[in-house]
Design a protein around this ligand. Structure first.
Ligand code: SF4
Ligand code: FES
Length: 185
């Protein structure tokens, strides 16, 4: 029997934070599948900065359908994450604008394990590469439509150097979050 290997460092210990008055966004850029659901109405960070009820409502909608789970929006008052209740399901993301099929969208907390027994963190939203080109397998990194220049620009912006991993120390709690907090929005 294949031995179980350790679950990877949890999302929450590696995510950057972006603070609004009433909500907090946590963000792990290396998970992005570049499906762009977070860019409506000026983008999720602008909506959080605005902070009025309508903007926060749209920000919640955007975060909860971020397929990859890169983005999670939290209520500061309640200390809980906004999450949709997905049935356990797997669908293929179709990107109309880019005219291509994207990753597998795995929803509702389905366990993911590699063929050599590596168990990944169980999450409500995850996107898995199905084109074979991702540099962050098993997760999608947008390679199904992005050019190498576009990928390089994204990695530079967010400090991702290779294999989808950050060059900053992991997962040294506060130090990591504080260092990353002021990165571009
Ligand atoms: S995966 Fe999430 S963060 Fe990345 S573009 Fe899509 S909605 Fe935005
Ligand atoms: S499906 Fe997105 S990188 Fe493979």
């Amino acid at each position: 029997m294949v031995p179980k290997l350790q679950v990877e460092t949890p999302y929450i210990s590696r995510a950057l934070t972006f603070e609004g008055e009433k909500v907090r966004l946590t963000d792990l850029p290396e998970l992005c599948d570049h499906s762009r659901f977070c860019m409506r109405a000026g983008g999720i960070r602008n909506l959080i900065k605005k902070g009025d009820p309508e903007s926060i409502k749209i920000a919640v909608e955007e975060a909860t359908i971020c397929p990859s789970g890169r983005l999670v929006l939290w209520s500061k008052e309640k200390g809980t994450a906004y999450e949709k209740e997905f049935e356990k399901s797997i669908v293929v993301i179709h990107d109309k604008q880019k005219k291509c099929e994207g990753p597998l969208w795995v929803r509702g907390g389905i366990p993911i394990e590699s063929s050599d027994g590596y168990e990944y963190e169980i999450r409500n939203r995850v996107t898995l590469c199905r084109c074979g080109l991702s540099e962050n397998k098993p997760f999608c990194d947008g390679s199904h439509w992005m050019t190498s220049q576009e990928k390089a620009a994204f990695k530079k912006k967010w400090g991702i150097i290779k294999n989808g991993r950050s060059e900053l120390p992991l997962p040294d709690g506060r130090g990591f979050l504080l260092q990353r907090r002021d990165l571009p929005s």
